[in-house]
Write a protein that binds this ligand. Structure first.
Ligand code: SF4
Length: 439
């Protein structure tokens, strides 16, 4: 008997929060009788879960959307829907540019998807559902998980921080936290399904609050769920990082000794215009406290180059901070103007593209040297690693991660498999990878 259920291809762009949302969308649609197919397979419904955080992501989505709409000529009746942050922020632009889009749906409206798809089949007029909610957390929906060792858990949605470069408060609305019991129950289900690691997600996890439970209490509860061996989180905000959380991380061996701590820029005047709410001195104090409290902490960051008004001297301060702090790795981006943000309304995007690129290249090169140096300190050391699968470039090697989230490659051993732990002694390193053998 052939499967007659309507088929959906779900393409996801952007951050882990979007990955998680696609798992929610998959669960909602499967619950209504749809089948999710692989992205290369023919599908009656094509959904793009989009990201608006940077111009490059926007451009990629628009290019693929154009192809899917062109494909409707050869497959009439195909429904193309656009979900997530782009429709929420650029509804009018999107519909004007792509009249072939059948519907758009914002991040707080995924429960409406079955209805939207049904209606889109009956009408040629594009449908729009982009209402932000103060309450929606999808707490009662069990996401459709991608099998593996790690599962993402969104503990909150939205953001109230309004960093001036960031579109998230406009695309994902006001901050709201899930009930702690719901998060713990989800963790227990994941442990029962064989996941060894969970990563708690929020735009600013420091702001998590559900009744009496703050983030430090929540992560401790999650880490005490039987069967879960590692807990990670992303991201905290430097403006309100709770000291108590450091003690909880240090005291619970299942909470990984890794913090992603977004610096963004080191010049106080740039930080002020970014509306980040901290100074470089405060950031440095926190980094020192973190390293004093958590032995062997792996520290990573995000940096934006070429924010409006960033002078060469401002940039030199960021270079200096990167040199001094020695992050283990960093995501380094060019500033890109996002419609509706405070920076787009208040400041002129006055650092020319070539100069932004020059700053990014310089900082990436510097960070590569620092990452290599930090990794060289691992040579000769043995780490407990969690095996995630085979190495991309060699079927004879496993790919695993340390507690600090560093990638480790080592020769396969027949008695081990995905989801197993073992100890690996490091013999060689690159800026991004540790290499070794089972010890
Ligand atoms: S904390 Fe700032 S950068 Fe992060 S999502 Fe909120 S507004 Fe954006």
């Amino acid at each position: 008997m052939t499967d007659q259920r309507p088929t959906v291809a779900l393409h996801t762009y952007g951050c882990q929060m979007n990955e998680y949302d696609s798992e929610l969308v998959g669960s909602i649609l499967i619950g209504q009788g749809y089948t999710i197919v692989g992205n290369g397979d023919p599908a009656e419904i094509i959904l793009l879960n989009t990201c608006a955080v940077r111009e490059t992501a926007n451009t990629r989505v628009y290019a693929q959307l154009g192809q899917f709409i062109a494909g409707k000529k050869t497959r009439p009746g195909t429904i193309v829907g656009v979900l997530g942050c782009i429709p929420q922020n650029l509804k009018d632009e999107l519909l004007a540019k792509f009249p072939g889009v059948d519907f758009i749906c914002g991040p707080d409206n995924y429960r409406d998807l079955p209805q939207l798809i049904a209606e889109a089949r009956e009408t040629a007029i594009p449908l729009t559902t982009v209402d932000l909610s103060e309450y929606e957390t999808y707490d009662d929906i069990a996401p459709r998980r991608v099998p593996g060792v790690n599962a993402w858990i969104a503990i909150m949605r939205g953001c109230d921080n309004f960093c001036s470069f960031c579109v998230v408060p406009f695309t994902r609305g006001r901050e709201r936290s899930r009930e702690a019991d719901g998060v713990v129950e989800e963790t227990k289900r994941l442990a029962a399904d064989g996941f060894k690691q969970v990563t708690l997600l929020g735009q600013n996890v420091n702001s998590y609050r559900a009744g009496e439970t703050g983030f430090a209490e929540l992560i401790d509860r999650v880490a005490n769920v039987d069967g879960i061996e590692r807990v990670r989180f992303t991201s905290p905000h430097p403006k309100d990082f709770p000291e108590h959380l450091l003690k909880v991380i240090a005291a619970n061996p299942r909470i990984c000794s890794q913090i992603h701590f977004p610096l963004q820029a080191a010049s106080d005047s740039v930080l002020r215009r970014m509306n980040r709410g901290y100074t470089m001195a405060q950031f440095n104090d926190l980094v020192n406290l973190m390293r004093d409290t958590i032995p062997n902490l792996v520290l990573t960051t995000d940096i934006i180059c070429g924010f409006p008004g960033e002078t060469r001297d401002d940039f030199a301060e960021t270079e200096q901070a990167v040199r001094e702090i020695e992050f283990d790795s960093a995501f380094i981006f060019k500033y890109s103007r996002r419609e509706n943000t405070l920076a787009a309304r208040k400041f002129i995007d006055d650092v020319v593209e070539e100069e932004k690129s020059r700053r990014v290249t310089k900082l990436v090169q510097l960070q590569r040297e620092i990452s290599a140096k930090r990794n060289r300190e691992s040579i000769g050391q043995s780490y407990r690693v969690l095996i995630e699968g085979r190495a991309k470039k060699s079927a004879d090697q496993f790919r695993a991660r340390t507690d600090g989230n560093k990638i480790v490659l080592f020769p396969k051993n027949d008695s081990l498999g995905v989801g197993d732990f073992c100890n690996v002694r490091i013999t060689e390193v690159t800026p991004n990878t540790l290499l070794g053998y089972i010890s």
